[in-house]
Design a protein around this ligand. Structure first.
Ligand code: SAM
Length: 305
């Protein structure tokens, strides 16, 4: 199989839940290889439009070629999805009926050694989605103090041996390549079911790209840009992301946030969305067999009121 090819996860479920229709306007906040965007364009043919975002210029370039036949029905923006309110207004997307955020990184990015996302491929410690920004993973690893590293590993990787790994890194740095870092971690840290560098690399990637804050802003922007009845679908790949999606959707759909023991509501909270998926949607066994990456995917959908 082509390692660079990204297979969109929960493809049928996303389309069933976003219900694209001819003439509708949609936003794909995480273009990647363009798989979901293609689905939105097909389902909204002949005149539906899709505004797409990716922070990665290479992803935009690749998908532009792939989606060439759709012409002006697809508008490309090389920026974060958190800018979607402004960009939607700028590009005439004034009645958006569906937004998709398919989080994390694509198979193309993971398989490209020079991007530094994979600990098993020799490459620079980069990990930036947007390579025009300043801070790479190498800078983070080589300049943060021990306490800052512990915090990054704990908060973004839920790494059990955060202190031990941070101490090891500080004692052996500078690090320049992915495999150098992975090897030192593997040498010292007890092996469990997964390679001990897995969560460290996840933590570094999240920190380098400020992913959790982006997600909070992205949900806010999406709810803001949707017209009533429009839907937001978010696919998370690990518990930190999914927790944010679940909690934010719960808060946005709640009528009252007063403590349950309080007899009268004083918060005046108004729900802005209703939940469409009451239980998280996961890939079927068949999809997991065909695309192991889908194993950890968690889809949640809300509808703007
Ligand atoms: C899992 S892939 C999306 C795959 C896509 N749905 C497909 O079918 O090919 C996630 C993509 O989102 C991009 N990305 C991550 N964070 C982003 C952000 N805050 N704004 C825009 N794009 C982002 C990554 O660069 C990556 O290309």
């Amino acid at each position: 199989m082509d390692q660079m090819k990204h297979i969109p996860v929960l493809y049928n479920e996303v389309l069933e839940l976003l219900q694209p229709r001819p003439g509708g306007q949609y936003i794909d906040g995480t273009l990647g290889g363009g798989g979901h965007t293609k689905g939105l364009l097909e389902a909204s043919a002949p005149d539906g439009r899709v505004l797409v975002f990716d922070r990665d210029a290479e992803a935009i370039e690749y998908a532009q070629k792939r989606l060439l036949t759709y012409g002006e029905r697809v508008v490309f923006v090389n920026a974060s999805y958190s800018t979607m309110s402004e960009m939607a207004a700028e590009n005439g997307f004034t009645s958006v009926e569906g937004v998709l955020l398919d989080l994390g990184l694509s198979s193309r990015q993971l398989a490209d050694a020079k991007r530094g996302f994979a600990f098993s491929l020799e490459g620079p410690l980069d990990m930036r989605f947007d390579t025009s920004t300043e801070n790479t993973a190498a800078e983070l690893i080589n300049t943060s103090n021990e306490a800052e590293l512990v915090e990054i590993f704990r908060r973004y990787g839920e790494v059990k041996q955060s202190s031990r790994i941070a101490r090891l890194i500080v004692a052996n740095r500078p690090f320049h390549s992915t495999t150098e870092l992975a090897e030192i971690i593997a040498q010292d840290v007890r092996r469990g079911r997964i390679h001990p560098a897995t969560q460290v690399f996840q933590a570094l990637r999240i920190a380098v790209n400020n992913e959790l804050a982006e997600l909070e802003r992205g949900i806010e922007a999406a709810v803001n840009v949707l017209e009533p009845g429009g839907r937001l679908a978010v696919i998370a790949f690990h518990s930190l992301e999914d927790r944010i999606v679940k909690n934010r959707f719960r808060e946005l759909s709640k009528e009252c946030v007063c403590p349950p023991e309080q007899p009268i509501c004083t918060c005046d909270a108004q729900p802005t969305v209703k939940r469409i998926t009451h239980r998280v949607v996961k890939a079927t066994d068949e999809e997991v067999t065909q695309n192991p990456r889908s194993r950890s995917a968690r889809l949640r959908v809300v509808e703007k009121l």
